[in-house]
Design a protein around this ligand. Structure first.
Ligand SMILES: Cc1cc2nc3c(=O)[nH]c(=O)nc-3n(C[C@H](O)[C@H](O)[C@H](O)COP(=O)(O)O)c2cc1C
Length: 340
């Protein structure tokens, strides 16, 4: 099989059959989903998010009961419980720890590696990628702004040229954001990626416990409906999150205009305005994922939502994508053989 060559680096890195990662998704990545992905031969990741440390411990223990295959734990370096999460993963001697949010300090990477885990860091620019390599990260994840959830500002196309093409010979580089087909994945592997990270497609899988309303909104969505939260004025910075546009987005825009008017009229301090902006989305992902409130909650999803129209099982996603990858590699080989 042609894909064996292209899967080799990612397969050896994770010790899995298929280097297809289900990226961590706060509230979505339950032990059931994570274990289902790993049991299907992919790589599941638990989301540390803002979870209380005991809940994260429980999730790790539960996942270990559901699978004996490799899985990872994703830590958000800017989360309030980050330090406790870090101590927990070190204490539990996990196999894989992924740092997200911002970038970790060198001593944090070293501490996790000393506990026996391999580490992965997100790199949103070449200079961050270089720094993470210098700090000792074992692998990199490039996530384009097409992705669901908290996003950077650079598209995967540019990150591929800036980072993948420069570093894929030196370190395993995994890519994500807007990917939902084996065909695309095959070309990314040919470009040097060691594996593919998907979020939205797994969020709506059969084994995913997200509310049916959440799934339905994603099935109905076009790529252009997955928008990043807007920022209208540099006085009110907004953390960019990509989600399916809904009533909450309109309310959030109204809130910002209202706050900007009040700032212009000195009716409110910048600190108060910023607090109002930050408080707006608190609990919104949970509202949509768990309670199914898809009007007022946050339906985080990538532009890949436009490519995801049906509820597949995790195994259909993982095996189906691998088969499509093989098919595409064969097609490319045939095309190249035709060139004299
Ligand atoms: C609902 C949702 C929640 C997410 N939460 C996290 C998170 O907690 N940590 C993280 O590193 N990435 C998070 N992500 C990003 C995913 O792990 C993944 O990189 C992204 O969804 C890939 O883009 P795609 O959705 O187009 O496949 C989240 C994405 C979604 C859709």
């Amino acid at each position: 099989m042609l894909r064996d060559d292209y899967f080799k680096k990612g397969r050896e890195f994770f010790g899995v059959k298929y280097p297809i990662i289900c990226g961590a998704m706060t509230w979505v990545s339950t032990p059931d989903l994570v274990a289902a992905v790993s049991n299907a031969g992919g790589f599941g990741v638990i989301a540390g998010g803002n979870a209380p440390v005991d809940i994260l411990r429980q999730q790790i223990e539960e996942t270990k009961k559901l699978t004996n295959k490799p899985f990872g734990v994703n830590l958000i370096t800017i989360a309030p419980n980050y330090k406790q999460h870090l101590n927990l993963v070190v204490e539990m001697n996990l196999d894989f720890v992924i740092f997200a949010g911002s970038f970790p300090r060198q001593n944090e990477i070293e501490m996790v590696k000393a506990s026996g885990a391999k580490t992965l860091c997100f790199a949103s620019t070449k200079s961050i990628a270089d720094r993470m390599v210098r700090y000792g990260s074992d692998g990199l994840i490039l996530e384009g702004m097409e992705a669901g959830g908290h996003v950077g500002h650079v598209s995967l196309t540019v990150l591929l040229q800036q980072v993948l093409f420069e570093l894929s010979e030196d370190i395993p580089v995994f890519v994500g954001g807007g990917i939902a087909t084996g065909k695309m994945s095959a070309h990314l592997l040919m470009m040097g990626a060691s594996g593919i990270q998907l979020g939205t497609m797994f969020a709506v899988a059969k084994e995913s416990g997200v509310h049916q309303n959440f799934k339905n909104r994603i099935f109905r969505a076009n790529a252009r409906n997955a928008v990043s939260t807007p920022q209208f004025d540099s006085r009110l910075p907004v953390v960019a999150v990509r989600a399916i546009k809904n009533k909450a987005h309109d309310e959030f825009s109204k809130l910002q205009f209202d706050l900007l008017r009040k700032l212009d009229n000195d009716e409110i301090t910048r600190h108060q305005a910023q607090m109002d902006v930050e408080n707006f989305w608190i609990g919104a992902l949970r509202d949509a994922v768990i309670d199914g409130d898809v009007d007022n909650g946050s339906i985080m999803a990538g532009q890949s939502a436009g490519l995801v129209n049906e509820e597949l099982s995790v195994s259909e996603i993982v095996v189906g994508m691998s088969d499509q990858i093989e098919l595409e590699l064969q097609k490319v080989k045939e095309k190249l053989n035709l060139i004299k």
